[in-house]
Ligand binder design. Sequence first.
Ligand SMILES: [Fe+2]
Length: 226
Amino acid sequence: MKLYKSMRIQKKIMNIEKLNYKIKVIDDFLEKEDYEKIKKLKIHTSSNKKFAIYHGKIVGDKILESSIDNNLLLSLNKYHDKAINILKELCPEKVKLYDYSDFVIIVTNKNARFPFHDDTPNKLLSGVIYIHPEQNKGTIFSNDKKGKEKKTISWKQNRAVFFSRRERETWHAYEGDGINNRLALVYNLNSNRIKEVYKAEKKNYFFGNLRYKINPYIFKFFNFTI
Ligand SMILES: [Fe+2]
């Protein structure tokens, strides 16, 4: 029994290593007060839509647009230095391209699924913080679009999961667990300088950009990307 358990743990670690990109998992990411504020929004109970979205765009103390309470958005942006440091660790060459931050409070319906995607190039750092309920399904990562050798980060309240997007590499998906709606806070550091992003990734801007223009699956649900 003991041996079986240790083999299982080993397998888990190996699975993370199989991914071709780095993921940073940080438990207790938000201060208790901020975490509670989002949790208490109680919007998860009222949503029957596939995805319910509240979005805020901010740089420093300047709110660029928001459907999130202004004070909450301002208090969330105090994690900026922490996020920049994570980006420094995951992809230092993109730090200089930072222009603004996106915060998205997103309720995923218990039966909804967002398919594998690699994230749009405007995202330098992609992050999600699991909020509510106590049990649900975390983010699913893979090396390919089909989810071969996928690795699911386990859901834990106030756990943050970060990665730095790379074209056709950072494949990920998420879904409800079929039991409860899933409340999460998405935290992205973004850029407006898409050409320079492709340069930093050593990828082709023309084909990359075209790909998002002709196949904007993620814009089907939202007028911005998560
Ligand atoms: Fe994503």
